[in-house]
Structure formats: C-alpha cells, structure tokens
Design a protein around this ligand. Structure first.
Ligand SMILES: *Cc1c(COP(=O)(O)O)cnc(C)c1O
Length: 428
C-alpha cells in the first residue's frame, strides 16, 4: 500500500502539533512507521487520505460499537446542530440521556456528564475523596484512567507506602497519594490497605482491563475488592470508560454481578463525540456541586450535539436485544480463526477475549496482569502489525491495546482478517 499523502500530512503536522498528533499512541511510536491519516469511515471500514481501505479494529479506540457513521447517530447530530451547538444552559436532552443511562446501569441513581473519560475518572476520585474524607487511592499497574496527575504514577521504591510520578510534571506530592497494586492479585491489595489503614478513599479499577491488552478479572477478584472496600470504608470505582455499554448494557457491574460505588463512562456513551460521565447512588452523588461541596464543572459538559449522539447510541444499544450476543459470537469466531491460523504456523501466542474485546499477545504464558502482558514479544508484534496493515487490516499500533469488534463487521470481514493472519503468521 502507498501512504504518500499520509506521509506528507504527517510531516506537515509535526511542524505545528507536537509529534504530529493530538494523542500520543496515534503516532505509531511503538511500532515504527508513519501514522495513517484518516479521511472518512463507514461501517466496519476506515479510508485514509491515500484512498486505502482498512477493516477497522480500533474503532476510534472504542466508541464505534455499532460501526462508523452509524446513521441514527449521524442523523441525530445533524438535526441538533441546526438548533444551536451549545447554550451553557440546561436542556431537556440532558435529562433524557441521564434517565436512559441510569435505567441501563445497575446500582446508580444519578449521573453527571463531562467531556472525556479522563475528566470522568478525575472527578470520580475527587468525589470519592470528598465523600470519605480520605486522601489516598489505589490503582492497578497497567490500568489506564486517563491522563490526570493522580493516575500517571509508577510503583515507587516503597510501593506499599507511596508511588512515584511516571511523567515529568506530576508532583511528588500528588504521587504520594496514589498506591499501585497488581491486577488480579487480592493479597497485594490487602497488603496495601493494611499498610495504609483509614487513609484510602477509593480503589479505582478497569473491571475488565483493556489498556494492557484485554485482561478479564480472575474469578472472585472483583468480589474480593468489594469485600475489602466494604470492610474498610473505601469506595470502589469501576472505570467502565471502555467496558460501559459494551460488555453488557449495564457494563461489567451487570456482567459480573458486582456493584461498584462510582462508575465512570466515556467512549461508547458519546457515540463518537467527546463525552464522559460518572454515576453513583444518591448518597454519594449528593456530595457533588451544586447539591454538595465537591466542586466539578464544565462549559461544554452536556453539550447538545454530544448528548444527541450519546442518546441515539444508547437507544440503539438498549433496543437491540441481540446485539451483545452477536458481538460475542463475532469475536469468538475471530478468536478461533486467529488461534487456528497461528497454531498452523507454529506461532507462540496467548489470546484474551471477553465480549467484543480481544487481544493477541505474542507470549506463551497466561496474560493476567501488566507484568505478564509486558512479556509479549514486541518485535513479533511490530511485524504482525505492519503485515496486517499491508493487508488492509487496522489494529491498534501497540501490543498493549485491545481490538474492538464492531457490529458492522460481517463474517466476510472476519474471514478476510483471519486469512491475513494466516499469511502473516508464516513470516513471524
Ligand atoms: C480511554 C480510557 C480513559 C480515558 O478516556 P479519554 O476520553 O481518552 O480521556 C479512561 N479510562 C479507560 C478505561 C479508558 O479506556
């Protein structure tokens, strides 16, 4: 394939945008090469500036659960646009989507809309601190909760007592309030909680991890966190920015039947427009301004175009009773096909899958946490990524990302993907 126009555009972009991109993973740094500039997308396909067509497994990193340019979302946005794009006043639309979202998600009474997943997680932590009157939080290595300071933390030398910043610009003062735990390791969490008695406001987790590849929670892990939180007056925050309205209408809370105290959303909830949200029961949400003292605000929060897109998306998900099952079947088919192709060619791999999330790791052992995910062979992944791209299959340009299966994918698309894996596997 030729990427002439993309190369030119990338060169031009680098002069005026740091690294040529507005979000780092788009720059292909982990895999090398020139990022592809998107021109348009429809259904399961994305088209680049050179006229190449790709079967898309990134799907804007999650939102496009029902495919690109999904007509009900597109129509809703166009119609709303004609009535004005922002008011800074409440609208009926906000109540309508809030009612729908609250009806779909277990265990929440109220929801607040924001503009990104980052904002949702940042605000959820502030609310948890305001509610519990405690400062520290526990997060898990390899889980991503957006780019706010409290989450950009690596394990420090004294990991049981405090973390250290993993980006310049994050202060030691902020880092000391974030403790880092190991995913799927309850003993580790108990140890952290024991060493920080009465100081922990919240445990925040991707209840199915999607930012170190796809890593489902082990049997009993989420239940164990729930028990630890209840015993220590800690709030359990499920960051369902990736999994919300995707793995079930009610997200992982519904799928695994475990209640969180605060739930964060993004991605699917905005149908491809910039939306995040966080929700909880009344007792907690009443602490939020203007009802309570915990401040949180946004000029464009609840923006009518974004809410129209989100509402159309959620309605489509709620009314399509067969959707989650179809997504699951398609992803299972893809899983089996890829596994057979890799087996046939003697490639060492581990595939993780849950619902419409799947990740292929070039590692022989189980992938259950960040450490085991990091054992994947990155050189093999790079070859695999560029091989797939050359065959018109667009997967995320990093071994630590999940593939998102959309309902717009046909079995023909899946077969084309599997055939591409079969070809590429010969070279790995
Ligand atoms: C994408 C993501 C975020 C951040 O959302 P943005 O909209 O990119 O700020 C937070 N948490 C999880 C689990 C995510 O996947």
């Amino acid at each position: 394939m030729l990427y002439k126009r993309s190369s030119e555009l990338f060169r031009e972009a680098q002069n005026v945008i740091p690294g040529g991109v507005n979000s780092p993973v788009r720059a292909f740094n982990a895999v090398g090469g020139t990022p592809i500039f998107a021109k348009s997308a429809k259904g399961a396909y994305v088209y680049d500036e050179d006229g190449n067509r790709f079967i898309d497994y990134i799907n804007s990193w999650g939102p496009m659960l029902l495919g690109h340019a999904f007509p009900p979302v597109v129509d809703a946005v166009i119609e709303r646009t004609k009535q004005g794009t922002s008011f800074g006043m409440p609208t009926a639309l906000e109540t309508e989507i809030a009612k729908l979202a609250v009806s779909m998600v277990p265990n929440v009474d109220k929801i607040r809309f924001v503009n990104s997943g980052t904002e949702a997680c940042m605000s959820a932590v502030r609310l948890a601190r305001g509610f519990t009157k405690k400062d520290k939080i526990i997060k898990f290595a390899g889980c991503y909760h957006g780019h706010s300071d409290s989450f950009l933390i690596a394990a420090g030398s004294g990991a049981v007592t405090f973390g250290t910043p993993n980006s310049p610009g994050v202060t030691q003062g902020t880092a000391k309030d974030t403790l880092l735990a190991t995913y799927n390791d309850l003993e580790n969490v108990k140890e952290l909680v024991g060493a920080n008695k009465n100081q922990i406001a919240a445990i925040i987790i991707e209840p199915v991890a999607g930012n170190m590849g796809c890593i489902p929670p082990k049997e009993g892990f989420l239940e164990g966190l729930r028990t630890i939180c209840d015993a220590n007056d800690i709030l359990l925050i499920f960051d369902e920015v990736m999994t919300g309205f995707r793995l079930a209408n009610g997200g992982v809370q519904e799928l695994k039947n475990v209640d969180a105290d605060i739930v964060c959303f993004g991605k699917v909830v905005g149908g491809g427009l910039p939306v995040g949200a966080f929700a909880a029961r009344n007792e907690i949400m009443s602490h939020l301004a203007p009802e309570g003292p915990v401040y949180q605000a946004g000029t464009l929060s609840g923006n009518p175009l974004a809410m129209a897109a989100g509402l159309a998306m959620l309605k489509s998900i709620k009314t399509d009773k067969g959707l989650m099952n179809r997504l699951d079947e398609k992803t299972k088919y893809l899983h089996n096909g890829i596994a057979d192709a890799l087996d046939r060619n003697g490639v060492v791999y581990t595939i993780n899958r849950i619902g419409s999330m799947i990740s292929v790791h070039f590692a022989k052992d189980e992938v259950v946490d960040f450490e085991s995910a990091a054992k994947g062979n990155n050189e093999t992944f790079k070859k695999f990524f560029h091989g797939m791209l050359e065959k018109g299959i667009y997967i995320a340009p990093s071994a630590f990302e999940t593939w998102f299966v959309t309902d717009a994918l046909t079995y023909e698309d899946l077969n084309e993907t599997i055939a591409a894996v079969d070809e590429i596997a010969k070279e790995l």
